[in-house]
Write a protein that binds this ligand. Structure first.
Ligand code: FAD
Ligand code: NAG
Ligand code: NAG
Ligand code: NAG
Ligand code: NAG
Ligand code: NAG
Ligand code: NAG
Length: 510
């Protein structure tokens, strides 16, 4: 019977083509005639104004705003709901029992995950939360309520004038939505823990379209599972985060010749293993090369969360004196984030691996990095860039998590800080996809093999830096996998977020 109503709807649309007043009308009406019925049900509903089709400017703008060029898949239509009620309505429409077949869909917030299909879909509907991008602050509770498609830069710009800050992303362009569901590392992490553990409440649209809250008291199992559990349980429509006093930071990026790598690694070992490490001192040590500035370099991003110039915490790094450039200064978080922000029109690969804080393993990463760089210099075309980041993952994150309801990252297993490594490759030419993707894979595989042979391997994989073939959910540990499976079954018994939302790391696949 519903097939008949689709046919009637199509006939009505055909009629309206003849009534179209101008080309835009004709274009959208034609798109209306031949979309999947999944788009038709949206267009035939109260969210019709929020649906955009191939060829339309809102559709083009949405695709253009994906961070990774490979991720610009072409959905049948994109729906851009403006409230949690509209998200709920969309979920109900796309999962309705009356449909000929259920609809495949994708969810995106900032669109920064560089995995094609994680935040977009070729044959289906993409729910783009674009318009849900505001931040409000409640002075009584000191809680900031942040909508999923806010970018961290806009969050900081809203909170700083109020004298408040949250532990969010380091780059201004990164989205709130995906970042907080994968863990989230901020410059404030050594002091206040992972960003997800600073969330006090998630508002989430469940598989049946219900709008629920998840916090320490209500739906507390869902609350825990959302902290690291990616898109397995629902669509989060609001993140309520703890705030703290906003102060200027001392921070910036210092660039050194590649020959200083060993000095940096030695300093990183001492910094990372120091039991009395200053909780204000965040640090990233990374190797980098770019066709724009074709010199092999080592960089240190120093970010101290108090307005203290050249704090002692970094003393050993300051002993390396031959820097090439230095942007460090006292500045607000929004300015630090602007320096880290980046929009790209390029193709991107992230991969990750973790290992113990060990000089030999660090040196091996540099040896393998050099092999990759030499290959790329010989074979890659166009514009490209590589960065390989070393960050200290601290056991203090566990203490800062447990008391606030815990997360699913399995950090309780670790009694010693470790290095979380990220390779970040970007390139302009689609024909070089295999070259970069395979070399990136060889790099992290090589590090993993070396660490395993030396006994310095660490199972944990950071979800927000993981590549499609990596399995960060299993790497949280078997107990966390079981917990997430139970939570998914409880809140989504028919498996909507497993089968109809195929993007992301799925708990049903591990
Ligand atoms: C330039 C750059 C800088 C970065 N800096 C940092 C950093 O400092 N620290 C750090 O920890 N990470 C960082 N990252 C990684 C970042 O955390 C991830 O890319 C993250 O997924 C970005 O979130 P998003 O909302 O932009 O992503 P999206 O691509 O929109 O979403 C990511 C995943 O989450 C799902 N998802 C998104 N929103 C929702 C929602 N509301 N409900 C349910 N599921 C949802 C999507 O379906 C997708 O699978 C950085 C990435 C880039 C590209
Ligand atoms: C269109 O909407 C009307 C009213 O909500 C509904 O009765 C009808 O079944 C819908 N048609 C389709 C094809 O979804
Ligand atoms: C075409 O029609 C649309 C929708 O009716 C309208 O928004 C738009 O302004 C029109 N464009 C022109 C050029 O008349
Ligand atoms: C959208 O992009 C397509 C393909 O690049 C192009 O043909 C079309 O004109 C664009 N539409 C608008 C409204 O800019
Ligand atoms: C939210 O999105 C709208 C529409 O794209 C944009 O005009 C506005 O500047 C955005 N606001 C923030 C805080 O990013
Ligand atoms: C970088 O070099 C400049 C010039 O020698 C120096 O003033 C600055 O302190 C150095 N930066 C760091 C972080 O050591
Ligand atoms: C985080 O944990 C440390 C101990 O590791 C503690 O000193 C600090 O107060 C905690 N901070 C928060 C915000 O829980």
């Amino acid at each position: 019977m519903h097939r008949l109503s689709f046919a009637l709807l199509a006939a009505a649309a055909l009629l309206s083509v003849s009534q179209a007043q101008n080309e835009t009308d004709v274009e959208s009406t034609i798109q209306f005639l031949f979309p999947s019925y999944c788009c038709t049900v949206l267009t035939n509903s109260s969210v019709s104004q929020q649906v955009t089709y191939p060829g339309q400017s809102a559709y083009n703008a949405s695709l253009a705003s994906y961070f990774d060029g490979k991720s610009r898949l072409t959905p049948n239509c994109i729906v851009q709901p403006q409230s949690s009620e509209e998200v709920s309505h969309v979920v109900k429409l796309l999962t309705a029992a009356s449909l000929p077949e259920p609809c495949q869909f994708a969810v995106r917030s900032g669109g920064h995950t560089p995995i094609p299909g994680a935040n977009n879909v070729d044959d289906g509907v993409t729910i783009d939360l674009l318009y849900m991008n505001g931040t409000t602050y409640n002075a009584d509770t000191k809680v900031a309520s942040i909508s999923p498609a806010a970018r961290w830069g806009s969050v900081y710009q809203t909170l700083e004038p109020l004298g408040r800050m949250v532990a969010g992303g380091r780059g201004s362009t990164v989205g709130v939505g995906g970042f907080l569901l994968g863990g989230g590392i901020s410059h404030y992490a050594p002091r206040v823990g992972l960003s997800c553990d600073n969330v006090v409440n998630f508002q989430v649209v469940l598989a049946d379209g219900r709008i629920a809250n998840a916090n320490k008291e209500t739906n507390s199992d869902l609350f825990t599972a959302l902290k690291g559990g990616n898109s397995n349980f629902g669509i989060v429509t609001r993140y309520d985060m703890e705030t703290f006093e906003s102060e200027d930071l001392w921070g910036g990026i210092v660039t050194y010749p590649a020959s200083t790598a060993d000095q940096h690694f030695k300093a990183l070992v001492n910094f990372g293993l120091d039991p009395n490490r200053d909780p204000n001192a965040a640090l990233i040590v990374f190797q980098g090369y770019s066709t724009v500035s074709p010199t092999d370099v080592v960089r240190a991003a120093f970010d101290y969360t108090k307005p203290v110039v050249r704090p002692d915490a970094y003393k050993e790094f300051f002993a390396v004196t031959n820097n090439i450039s230095d942007t460090t200064k006292i500045q607000p978080m929004s300015a630090v984030a602007a320096e880290f922000g980046s929009d790209t029109t390029k193709r991107v690969q992230f991969r990750t691996v973790s290992f113990k804080i060990d000089l030999d393993t660090l040196q091996e990463t540099a040896r393998l990095y050099k092999i990759m760089l030499t290959e790329l210099q010989a074979k890659a075309s166009g514009q490209w860039r590589v960065s390989c980041l070393h960050q200290v993952w601290a056991t203090s994150y566990t203490a800062n998590s447990t008391a606030r309801g815990g997360n699913v990252l399995g950090m309780e297993r670790y009694t010693e800080n470790f290095i979380m490594y990220q390779s970040y490759l970007s390139w302009s030419e689609a024909k070089d996809d295999d070259l970069f993707i395979n070399l990136g894979l060889a790099l992290t595989d090589g590090i993993q093999k070396f660490a395993a042979s030396k006994g310095t391997d660490v199972e944990y994989l950071y979800l927000n830096y993981a590549d499609k073939d990596q399995d960060p959910l299993s790497a949280y540990g078997a107990d966390k996998v079981k917990f997430m499976k139970d939570v998914a079954k409880k809140y989504d018994p028919s498996g909507v977020y497993q089968t109809l939302l195929p993007g992301g790391f799925k708990i049903s696949k591990v």
